[in-house]
Design a protein around this ligand. Structure first.
Ligand SMILES: Cc1cc2nc3c(=O)[nH]c(=O)nc-3n(C[C@H](O)[C@H](O)[C@H](O)COP(=O)(O)OP(=O)(O)OC[C@H]3O[C@@H](n4cnc5c(N)ncnc54)[C@H](O)[C@@H]3O)c2cc1C
Length: 524
């Protein structure tokens, strides 16, 4: 083995003052060693722009989140972690492994396996969900060769479409159809995937992440996309076997396993997710009762009348509902055998599904000292308070908003990718959310902000006979929100009006009758 590949002592640690550098020799080559925050960095001392050995004498600092040294001659900046020249990547310099021990500076040349092109940054992605994958796709489209990419996912699968879990549960899709990014997708793009190996620690000073398996990875840029965690009600019995949430493939597999023997299920929560879980379990042959805290279903989207229409339609299919009702305990000693409600009623069940909401998964970020409130705080470029760390998806809080649907994540991914690719002029200014209930034969659509408040008015159509309900929320002659039940054909049009913030004052009277262009279209 070449002597440079072994750790070699090259001088006394005391000779390098904090935040400055010294030149040392390793195998006859001049190396610039820098000491920053009690950590050593080593890069070639030769400045390719000026052709002189001067980098050790440069000023060390942080430039756009990158630890750099400025060449004393032509003022090019070189990354201390990757050797990359920020102004001109073709002028980059080699990097060396450096550490301090016994009062000495120790250096070695990275082995061929660890060596990489100094022009490429190391991007580590934490989370392998929908926001992470979309950001990577956008990034690869903009700058396919700019990064060495490593992805860590807590789930054992490669990328899949979480939205389709409801369809998988209901038997409308197969597991294979959910996969969006098979293992080959990563391989073909040179991306290293560590599936089933969650990151447990971020060392922001050394810019390294550590996974549960002990695997470590160094980064120049870190992307957090850890999603949400399902809320588990803090009630007795929540840890019993047979109690589950509805978030990932593993949850669906457990539900399918339970449904194989028939039996009965209680779904706690009558929102979108709860109703999709209930529909799926019912389709798999279980007797399902939905217990909901509020007085009507999907109260965030629907008013009392529309909620009642939805309930009646689902009851006709064989689902049962108890509402308003609060679940106060799960019954059973080892396995769940039912639930108790606040009025003392007990419902027997073999399976209990909690679908009562999600909260941003921010534990890892908070433990690393990143600023978090309800989510990980990000600015309009999706950058966290550490400039080397970005975050996207349901784990973030942007302008005081947290997210629960994919449409905003697509917009975040575009902006974040542009900044990672360093072509970042894009800004994320927030999004309007839109969703549909995915229960076959039941049409519910909602978009924008449909909350009632001062200065707003609602235009409503109710046609109980045809099972149709439409509500548009207007403010200053602009459509702010839309809720459609029974006939959702105009959903996209209303969504466009909301997104564009168009003045609808002149067409106000026709708004409830749908897209005029569609009405005027000649019959086929
Ligand atoms: C059943 C269901 C149906 C849905 N239907 C709709 C719908 O119809 N329309 C809609 O818009 N949205 C829907 N959603 C919501 C949508 O799926 C989410 O908005 C989207 O998945 C969020 O993407 P994300 O990447 O932020 O989080 P996720 O997709 O949850 O991905 C986060 C990933 O990070 C991983 N992770 C967490 N911590 C770590 C760690 N420390 N190390 C490594 N990996 C980690 C997690 O295991 C997970 O795989 C649905 C969600 C569910 C569960």
């Amino acid at each position: 083995m070449s002597s440079e590949l072994r750790w070699t002592s090259v001088g006394a640690l005391a000779d390098v003052l904090p935040d400055s550098g010294v030149a040392v020799l390793l195998g006859g080559r001049q190396i610039a060693v820098f000491r920053v925050d009690d950590r050593l960095y080593a890069i070639g001392n030769h400045d390719p722009a000026s052709g002189v050995n001067v980098l050790a004498r440069g000023i060390v600092g942080d430039l756009k989140g990158e630890l750099v040294v400025a060449s004393p001659l032509y003022k090019h900046h070189f990354s201390l972690t990757s050797g990359r020249c920020l102004e001109d990547p073709s002028l980059s310099v080699p990097t060396y492994d450096a550490r301090a021990a016994d009062g000495q500076i120790w250096l070695r040349r990275p082995t061929a396996a660890a060596e990489r092109s100094p022009a490429r940054r190391r991007l580590v992605v934490v989370g392998n969900g929908m926001a992470a994958m979309r950001t990577l796709e956008e990034l690869l489209a903009l700058a396919p060769d700019a990064h060495d990419i490593t992805v860590f996912g807590a789930e054992p699968e490669s990328g899949y479409n979480r939205i389709l879990l409801s369809a998988l549960l209901a038997g409308e899709r197969t597991r294979e159809e959910l996969v969006t990014h098979p293992a080959g997708w990563y391989r073909e793009r040179g991306i290293t995937l560590h599936a089933g190996d969650p990151i447990v620690r971020i060392d922001r000073v050394r810019r390294r992440v550590c996974a549960a398996s002990g695997t470590e990875a160094a980064y120049d840029r870190l992307l957090l996309a850890t999603g949400s965690l399902p809320v588990v009600l803090p009630i007795p019995g929540r840890d019993l076997e047979g109690v589950m949430t509805f978030r990932d493939l593993h949850d669906v597999e457990r539900m399918l396993g339970a449904a194989r023997t028939g039996g009965s299920a209680v779904v706690i929560g009558g929102g979108l997710l709860g109703l999709e879980a209930a529909n799926g379990l019912h389709a798999r042959g279980m007797q399902v009762t939905v217990v909901h805290l509020m007085s009507h279903l999907m109260e965030r989207q629907l008013d009392t009348r529309a909620g009642a229409l939805l309930q009646a339609q689902l009851e006709e299919r064989g689902l049962r509902f108890i509402l308003p009702a609060q679940t106060v305990a799960i019954l059973g000693s080892h396995r769940a055998r039912g639930v108790r409600l606040h009025d003392g009623r007990e419902l027997a069940a073999d399976l209990i599904v909690m679908a009562v909401g999600v909260r941003p998964n921010l534990g890892l970020a908070a433990a690393a000292g990143l600023r978090c409130e309800r989510g990980i705080l990000v600015d309009d470029t999706l950058q966290t308070f550490d400039p080397a760390i970005y975050a996207v998806g349901e784990c973030v809080q942007h302008r005081n908003v947290v997210f629960g649907l994919v449409a905003p994540l697509w917009q975040q991914a575009r902006v974040c990718a542009a900044h990672l690719a360093e072509v970042g002029v894009r800004r994320y200014g927030g999004s309007q959310e839109a969703t549909r209930l995915k229960v076959g034969g039941v049409d519910v659509f909602s978009a924008g902000d449909y909350a009632e408040r001062e200065g707003r008015e609602s235009l409503v159509i109710r046609d109980a006979k045809r099972g149709i309900y439409k509500r548009l929320v207007l403010e200053n002659d602009r459509v702010r929100g839309a809720v459609l039940y029974g006939d959702t054909r105009d959903g996209s049009w209303y969504q466009r009006l909301i997104d564009e913030g168009r003045d609808v004052g002149t067409v106000r009277d026709q708004l409830m009758f749908g897209d005029p262009a569609a009405l005027e279209a000649p019959a086929a």
